[in-house]
Design a binder for this molecule. Structure first.
Ligand code: APR
Ligand code: ZN
Ligand code: ZN
Length: 361
């Protein structure tokens, strides 16, 4: 039987979000209904609400979530009712060319739940990133659920479903940071801060945090950065070079998503260094690169898609490292709030006051 729960909906472009009654169908084949326990507030939710992603309003927002599987549809083998899970954006198929080449994060046939959640009047909802977890319950594809150790707090677990995974993955999966590396992270919001933590986990020797907001730099040092550079006061490229004996960093991670900062990242890399773009650019952004420098300095320019993660491999691993005290993810939870507080939390995020607000259900 379909059930009604409360959820946060962005009804119209740019308008404040509303707590509405939403209708969740019983899970069909390959689907699961998850009782959401915690869901982080991410920039992408704000972008949906502002109409920056697409126009398929109304959106059911929220996508950095963890919870307990309530029921599953026919043929579901991945998870069972009662499992504690972290949700991911899209289930991978396991069979396409990308999956078979061992790069499932580029899967060509990812999917979400087929059925739609609706408003009470039957209007279909578009779930943010195929999740829609600012709600007491949500409907997803079973492959979007990854079972993890129940000892982790739901608020921390949920963060691994998006921004924190993107940041850690940019360092360890895409950037391949390894013991002894020098790493520079440009932009130390939620994503960049997670890259710093990933670099530390991987044994980086120097971790240079760059931001234009001193509060973010203070936090970065707390999380394990060894040096902080305020881009408002200093030229970031010069500072990174100076801190690396004039060489530049082995891995430079751009976590802002702007051409200027990607350009800085490009020039701040060491000979044969790696540049990772994890900040999401807008369609109009362009970058001009001096080809001779690409050639002469070598190395690689990469982008990191969702931290190039494989949820079934990475979520349980990061949860275990956290439980062992090697990944202090609690630092990302700036405040816990309720569904009613989300609109105000967007403002605080926009002002840069918080790393993450987490809705607890
Ligand atoms: N130089 C250095 N840092 C900058 C600059 C700049 N020119 N401009 C902005 N920043 C910093 C901001 O001060 C902020 O701390 O970049 C950080 C961006 O962080 P958030 O706004 O918190 O965003 P976050 O959630 O970390 O995401 C960063 O990754 O996933 C993408 O869409 C996301 O593009 C965004 C990026
Ligand atoms: Zn997100
Ligand atoms: Zn695939």
């Amino acid at each position: 039987m379909a059930q009604s729960v409360r959820g946060v909906v962005s009804v119209k472009r740019g308008e404040p979000v509303e707590v509405r009654t939403i209708v969740i169908p019983d899970p069909g084949p390959g689907e699961a209904v998850v009782k959401v326990q915690a869901c982080g507030v991410c920039h992408t939710d704000l972008h949906y609400k502002q109409g920056g992603i697409n126009d398929e309003f109304p959106f059911l927002l929220g996508h950095e979530a963890a919870g307990v599987v309530e029921s599953v549809g026919a043929g579901v083998t991945e998870v069972a009712p009662g499992d504690f899970v972290i949700l991911n954006w899209r289930a991978v198929c396991g069979q396409c060319r990308a999956c078979l080449r061992g790069r499932p994060w580029y899967c060509f046939a990812t999917h979400n739940a087929e059925q739609k959640m609706t408003l009470e009047d039957g209007t279909e909802l578009s779930p943010a990133l195929g999740i829609g977890a600012f709600a007491e319950k949500t409907l997803v594809a079973a492959g979007q659920c990854t079972k993890v150790d129940t000892a982790v707090s739901p608020s921390v677990a949920g963060l691994l479903g998006c921004g924190v995974m993107a940041g850690i993955g940019a360092a360890i999966n895409t950037g391949g940071v390894t013991r002894g590396d020098s790493v520079a992270v440009i932009g130390c919001g939620g994503v960049g801060a997670a890259s710093i933590m990933g670099a530390r986990l991987a044994g980086a020797r120097k971790i240079i945090a760059v931001d234009i907001d001193q509060r973010k730099l203070d936090k970065a040092i707390e999380l394990g950065a060894t040096h902080a550079v305020n881009g408002k006061e200093r030229d970031a490229v010069e500072a990174i070079r100076e801190l690396t004996e004039g060489n530049g960093a082995d891995v430079v991670i751009e976590a802002v998503g702007r051409p200027e900062t990607y350009d800085q990242a490009f020039h701040a890399r060491d000979l044969a260094g790696t540049v990772v773009l994890v900040g999401v650019p807008t369609p109009d952004m362009k970058l001009e690169l001096p080809l001779l420098e690409v050639f002469g300095r070598g190395g690689s320019l990469k982008s990191s898609w969702y931290g190039d993660c494989l949820p079934s491999r990475d979520f349980p691993m990061l949860v275990d490292l956290h439980l062992q005290g090697r990944l202090p993810l609690d630092a990302f939870v700036s405040e816990t709030i309720s569904l009613e507080d989300i609109e105000a939390a967007f403002d605080r995020m926009h002002q840069g006051d918080v790393l993450r607000s987490v809705v607890i259900l």
